[in-house]
Design a protein around this ligand. Structure first.
Ligand SMILES: O=C(O)CCC(=O)C(=O)O
Ligand SMILES: [Fe+2]
Length: 272
């Protein structure tokens, strides 16, 4: 049953009515400096401290199996979720997950209702305390609530499956490379539900931050020759809602187009 927090808020505030389906840009690239974010070097050092304190990274989980080529830790957790969802690997798949693709296409979801399960995106809006301690500066430099966010290690030979992520008025995703090699690439190819289309093959560089229309199919992979893991922050932020005690309400950006929130830099308080 679709009773996750975003679905509830979307209905209650008719959020979709404010969303402009046609995008004039589907891919954005900035230097970290332009957005007022910490340097990649600072972020990398903080990342290593987090890994040390949480006891290491873990593979992406599904069907009680763990990936050996795609690992990491979770920035966010759900204090009202099960044991996995309360831990430092909460948003890297789930042992009971039985489906690689979106919840909406899953013919046999492992959970009867979505609220506070792995499928509840806004359930992931609490930052893990160890992450908060070291990523404070990064999190303060975006004026939005993070959710379902992680730091991912892709190993040589990794090939992510083609996929799409949340609708943009539910979550906007930032991709921040910390360590990479030229053989690791991002591929985007196709159209979203509203006919916005993009075809792109690109190596993502350290020192930059990227955002794209993640409703268009995309994947990352090693084209061959990778010698060390690629480490990227993959952080999602909630564009239009914020917490209000135990409930939620529209935030001050409600109705501003998610791509415009980024392009104008209005959500980056330290942007020069
Ligand atoms: O860079 C990664 O590891 C994940 C890329 C991706 O699928 C995303 O940012 O949505
Ligand atoms: Fe993605």
């Amino acid at each position: 049953m679709l009773n996750d927090k975003f679905t509830e808020l979307n209905h209650k505030y008719n959020a979709f009515d404010y969303y402009k389906e046609k995008l004039d840009v589907n891919f954005l690239e900035f230097t970290l400096e332009e957005l007022g974010l910490p340097t990649a070097n600072e972020l990398y050092k903080q990342t290593l401290k987090i890994v040390d304190e949480i006891g290491g990274i873990k593979g992406w989980q599904r069907d009680n199996k763990e990936s050996k080529k795609y690992k990491g830790f979770s920035i966010c957790m759900n204090p009202n979720g099960d044991e996995h969802l309360q831990g430092p690997h909460a948003s890297l798949g789930h042992p009971e997950l039985n489906w690689a693709y979106s919840r909406i296409n899953n013919p046999n979801p492992p959970w009867e209702t979505d609220r506070d399960t792995y499928y509840d995106t806004y359930g992931f809006s609490t930052v893990h305390p160890v992450v908060k301690k070291h990523y404070g500066k990064l999190l303060d430099s975006v004026d939005l609530l993070p959710t379902r966010s992680r730091v991912m290690w892709a190993y040589p030979g990794h090939e992510q499956s083609w996929h799409i992520d949340e609708v943009l008025w539910s979550a906007i995703r930032f991709n921040i490379p910390l360590v990479t090699e030229p053989s690791y690439i991002l591929e985007i190819d196709g159209k979203d539900d509203y006919d916005n289309s993009l075809t792109l093959t690109k190596h993502l560089e350290v020192g930059k931050a990227y955002m794209w229309n993640t409703r268009i199919k995309h994947r990352v992979r090693d084209t061959g020759g990778g010698t060390k893991p690629r480490i990227h922050i993959v952080a999602a932020f909630i564009p239009w809602f914020e917490k209000d005690g135990i409930d939620w309400k529209p935030n001050k950006y409600f109705g501003v187009q998610p791509m415009d929130m980024i392009k104008s830099k209005m959500i980056f308080p330290y942007a020069p």
